[in-house]
Structure formats: structure tokens, C-alpha cells
Design a protein around this ligand. Structure first.
Ligand SMILES: O=P(O)(O)OC[C@H]1O[C@H](O[C@H]2O[C@H](CO)[C@@H](O)[C@H](O)[C@H]2O)[C@H](O)[C@@H](O)[C@@H]1O
Length: 247
């Protein structure tokens, strides 16, 4: 099947909407990358498109992000049925439900202290502290990337496998080992309204590869920007076309 959206031809297949579950990454997929995490803007029409998609797929709409769940709530409110945050470490399976957190080791305090001191020596860099890890952002100071990486690699040697260093978009992320977006896809797909459907996972980053692999393994579709969609805007237009096709 070929679907043409704004002159772009898409040759991959996804399940019919009444058999599909949609699991979308946030930054760089649903929304464009911005100079800082707070500066992200919800594009016009996206909220309404996602609300309609959720109705058409029987509520089986989730967002799986590296961000903490409260940040996804800030941008998307009650739009997705389920949300997985921190790459699957925290999962809320249904609207208003409890947030389930995987039991993982805490980041050693001295790493955080050293990370705080490090970003102060590189103006424009910043530390984003998550419950189970942290991110060193260098988008505004690209020349700091190697120094931040070297510091994080030293912490990883000390971690002896309990944590690992993830290359992110203009950032280095220290994450506990063992939980990833593939785990989040598998766990969400076990329960209603996702169970019995085929997952369609879409992401843009290295961390999304685990979600893509899991979705394919379950007989669904795993799609990536820019391989399958040239840009987040093209992806959003494709989602809008799915909704439009059901009118
Ligand atoms: O899994 P995602 O939803 O794609 O989240 C990945 C990370 O996104 C955020 O950082 C990235 O996006 C920022 C806003 O566009 C950008 O300024 C930054 O350079 C990117 O690295 C977020 O801050 C992280 O916590 C997420 O893990």
C-alpha cells in the first residue's frame, strides 16, 4: 500500500486503526526539537489530531518518552491514554491511574555534585536531574560535549554496569541499566486497551530503537524519523492523514 501525504510517498504498512495501538515518542517526533526542554511548542492542531486518533483506535494511544511523566502531562494533559516516562522507568497505564516505578539503584550523590560543578564550568550547559538518572545538555555549548562525555564515562567505570551512558540529542544521559523503551512497549501491550492489538511505535532517537525493535517483534510497525518520515512535521501530517481517512 502506498499512502501519499503532501507529495511524500509512504510505502510501509501499519495495521488498520481498529487493530492498531499507537505508541509515540515525544521530543523530535510529536514535537520539533527546541533549544531547551522547556521551549518545546505544541504545534497547532496536534492535540485535536491525537484526540481523534485515540477515539479511532479504541483508546490505544500512549506516549513513551525519556522525559519524566509530569513533563509529558504538562504538554499533553489527558490526550494519551497511557504514558511511560524516563524511557520506561515510570509508567501510568491509564488516565488518573497510579504511576508505577521500576525499582532501580539511586544515582550516587557525588556524581550529581560533580555534574552540578561541571555544568557551572561550561556556561550554556545544564544538568537535568531525573528520579533515576540525569542528563547533561550541551545544545547551547556544543564544544562542551567531549568534556561532559569524559566525566560521565568516568562515572560509568565506577558504576560497574548498574548505569550506562546514553548518547542523546546534544546531550549525554546517565541511565540505570535494564529498562528501556522496548520494555515499556511490551508492558503497555499486555493490558487493555492495548492488548490484542498490534503496536505502531514511532521515534527519532537512539533510545527509540528499543521501542522500534519491540513493536516489530510483536508483529507491528516500528518507524523512525528521519528514515521513515523526513521530519516531525511530516510525521504529524501522516498522523493527521490517518485521522482524515476515517472521516
Ligand atoms: O524520548 P523523548 O520524548 O524524545 O525525550 C528525549 C529527551 O528529550 C529532551 O531533550 C531533548 O529535547 C530538548 C527539546 O527539544 C532539546 O533541547 C535537547 O537538546 C534534547 O536532548 C529532554 O530534556 C530529555 O529529558 C529527554 O530524555
Amino acid at each position: 500500500m502506498v499512502r501519499t501525504v503532501s507529495d511524500t510517498e509512504y510505502r510501509f504498512q501499519i495495521p488498520a486503526l481498529d487493530q492498531a495501538a499507537f505508541l509515540f515518542d515525544f521530543d523530535g517526533t510529536l514535537v520539533d526539537i527546541a533549544p531547551t526542554p522547556e521551549a518545546v511548542v505544541m504545534p497547532d492542531g496536534l492535540a485535536e489530531t491525537l484526540r481523534q486518533l485515540r477515539v479511532l483506535c479504541g483508546d490505544a494511544l500512549a506516549v513513551i518518552s525519556g522525559r519524566p511523566i509530569d513533563q509529558i502531562d504538562h504538554f499533553l494533559g489527558d490526550i494519551p491514554f497511557a504514558v511511560a516516562g524516563e524511557h520506561g522507568i515510570a509508567i501510568r497505564h491509564r488516565p488518573g491511574g497510579p504511576i508505577e516505578r521500576a525499582a532501580l539503584p539511586k544515582v550516587p550523590q557525588h556524581w550529581l555534585e560533580e555534574a552540578r560543578a561541571l555544568v557551572e564550568t561550561w556556561p550554556g550547559t545544564r544538568l537535568e536531574h531525573k528520579q533515576a538518572g540525569f542528563v547533561l545538555h550541551y545544545r547551547a555549548t556544543p564544544e562542551a560535549g567531549p568534556a561532559l562525555k569524559a566525566a560521565a564515562e568516568a562515572w560509568m567505570r565506577e558504576a560497574e554496569g548498574a548505569f550506562h551512558l546514553q548518547a542523546a540529542k546534544m546531550a549525554w544521559e546517565v541511565r540505570p541499566t535494564g529498562i528501556d523503551k522496548g520494555y515499556a512497549v511490551s508492558l503497555l501491550m499486555e493490558a487493555a486497551p492495548f492488548a490484542g492489538r498490534k503496536p505502531v511505535f514511532v521515534g527519532d532517537d537512539v533510545t527509540d530503537e528499543d521501542g522500534i525493535t519491540a513493536a516489530k517483534r510483536m508483529g507491528g510497525a516500528g518507524l523512525r524519523i528521519p528514515t521513515d518520515f523526513p521530519t516531525p512535521a511530516a510525521f504529524r501530517a501522516w498522523v493527521a492523514s490517518l485521522v482524515e481517512s476515517e472521516r
